[in-house]
Write a protein that binds this ligand. Structure first.
Ligand code: FRU
Length: 541
């Protein structure tokens, strides 16, 4: 049976709101912050490049220093956030809009929150961009720069920023019909600061499709028109328009293709060049909830062709953008200055998103990732790596050309770091831990060709029964026979793993009772790893 993913949201218990406005002071344990940098150094040619670390966490009652608050991932100052929306670059800034409920830390009537960034790393919080109106709540969608003023909302001198989103009409939903989701537009003439809702909304009506949402629009050069992709229950629909107001249905995709364990959500269609060739392919992202390999929410992708009307693929298997539990509803930026395809996902899972143990805000975005496409044998494989701008946050702490395993690093930097090394295809295991006996283990088994993430002992886990129940084991066939380049970004409540230039990525959230301050790397007896690098990541707040 297909479910509406949001149904779950409506019935989840409401958490008391008082605590969000005036968060209760939490106990500050200064001792954890005052331990200096203690390194257990076992290997040869080691260089420590900078002074011992002073922590960014001084007072857990201060905004952006609360327990679990990510220090270099985007979070709203307070309250509930889910999907990234309207990702677009315009006039020198990247815009990140997001599903936002400003009155609670659980899902509620949706607004579009807003933040901007010059470098995709440091964010400035802006006022709410879009509020629910008579047509409904403002669900997920996209934004474009209407350079030719095709909509007539602006002028050629001042092209409008146009947002295209889903209206969710809860009154009509409660009446029991299937017509409660429609598509609307709004525009801004001051680069996103203020918005005017189009007075003839909705621009795409709906008579009977229950889950009909999440429009992603882009300018299709070859056909000189706007193309819109949205999802309708368990398949995608494509539309075309010359003016962003009048839309013509072109075709459908996916009724019998891909994963169908839940509702399709948040589509994205874009072109990528295949690495080391002149070939170009179209990639279609479809988030699905439930039905991901590790349960709950996940994002699948299809590689194929788009001729201006129809998307086709001969891909037989199901592929996932990220193989961890916590990267959902991710989409890419329109209009990037360098033509790069940059992705941001919501770092959570509807299985437990509303129950995670934060008090002031809820959930974070993934780091922005640049996407590329490789051909491995006959298959096209999506790769993702964190954008190069991330280097501005990194302070080199440890660099060692050759490290004999096991290796132990005792330092609070491991809770907020970029850690990388390479191995000749052999097994290894990384264990993050703290004095509270919390641990998080990442393991690659070269014999079974599987990568696993074990967060069963990672700290607070019992806020939801599935969160820490099982070790997550993921088969990684494309690694076979090759060297492994391993990179992990840890932050106060997440890890993002990238293997072999992002051929596989795994994103998971964790809630250790105190930040991890020890990292151990194990391998087969007497094995060594190469080019170990641990960089402390500075806070963006
Ligand atoms: C995905 C999603 C979208 C919807 C939005 C509502 O997480 O369910 O399909 O537009 O969240 O907040």
């Amino acid at each position: 049976m297909k479910e509406t993913s949001l149904i779950g949201c409506f019935f989840l218990p409401k958490i008391q709101t008082e605590s969000f406005n005036s968060p209760k002071p939490m106990k500050t344990n200064l001792s954890i912050f005052s331990i200096g940098l203690i390194l257990t150094l076992t290997a040869c040619n080691q260089k420590i490049k900078s002074e011992p670390v002073t922590t960014t966490h001084k007072d857990t009652t201060i905004a952006f220093q609360e327990q679990f608050r990510p220090q270099y991932h985007f979070t709203p100052p307070a309250h509930w956030m889910n999907d990234p929306n309207g990702l677009v670059y315009n006039q020198g800034v990247y815009h990140l809009f997001y599903q936002y409920y400003p009155e609670d830390i659980v899902w509620g009537p949706m607004h579009w929150g807003h933040a901007i960034s010059k470098d995709l790393i440091h964010w400035e919080h802006k006022p709410i961009a879009l509020y629910p109106d008579k047509n409904g709540y403002i669900f997920s969608g996209s934004a474009v720069v209407d350079k030719q003023n095709s909509s007539g909302f602006g002028s050629l001198e001042n092209p409008p920023l146009v947002a295209i989103f889903t209206y969710h009409n809860d009154v009509r939903e409660k009446v029991g019909g299937n017509d409660f989701q429609t598509q609307g537009i709004a525009y801004s003439l001051d680069n996103g600061d203020t918005w005017t809702v189009y007075d003839k909304n909705p621009v795409i009506g709906n008579k009977a499709i229950r889950d009909f949402r999440d429009p992603k629009v882009f300018w299709y050069e070859e056909g000189e028109q706007w193309i819109l992709t949205l999802v309708a229950g368990d398949y995608a629909r494509f539309y075309a328009s010359g003016n962003l107001k009048d839309w013509k249905h072109l075709s459908d995709f996916g009724k019998n293709t891909g994963a169908h364990g839940g509702v399709w959500e948040c589509p994205d269609l874009f072109k990528l060049k295949v690495e080391n060739s002149n070939e170009e392919k179209w990639v279609l992202f479809i988030s699905i909830n439930p039905g991901a390999p590790l349960g709950g929410s996940g994002t699948q992708y299809f590689v194929g062709d788009f001729d201006g009307k129809t998307f086709t693929t001969d891909q037989g298997d199901i592929k996932w953008v990220d193989y961890g539990t916590d990267n959902y509803a991710g989409v890419t930026f329109n209009n990037t200055p360098d033509g790069k395809r940059i992705f941001i996902g919501w770092m959570s899972n509807w299985l437990y998103a509303q129950k995670t143990p934060t008090e002031v805000w809820r959930s974070a975005m993934t780091l922005p990732r640049e996407l590329s496409l490789a051909k491995v044998g006959k298959q096209y494989v999506l790769k993702s790596t964190v954008v190069g701008q991330i280097a501005s946050l990194a302070e080199n702490q440890i660099e060692e050309a050759t490290v004999r395993l096991p290796k132990t690093v005792e330092s609070e930097i491991v809770s907020q770091a970029e850690i990388s090394f390479s191995t000749a295809n052999s097994s290894f295991k990384l264990v993050f831990s703290n004095a509270q006996y919390d641990s998080l283990a990442l393991q690659y088994n070269a014999n079974t060709n599987a990568f696993s993430i074990d967060r069963t002992l990672s700290g607070l886990i019992d806020f939801e029964e599935n969160f820490g129940k099982e070790i997550h084991v993921i088969q990684t066939p494309n690694i076979l026979g090759s060297n492994i380049e391993f990179k992990v970004f840890s932050d106060q409540s997440s890890i993002e793993v990238f293997i072999n230039g992002g051929t596989y990525t795994f994103t998971e959230i964790v809630f250790p009772k105190k930040p991890f301050n020890k990292l151990e790397i194990f391998g087969d007896e007497n094995k060594e790893i190469k080019n170990l690098s641990i960089k402390k990541m500075n806070t963006i707040w």
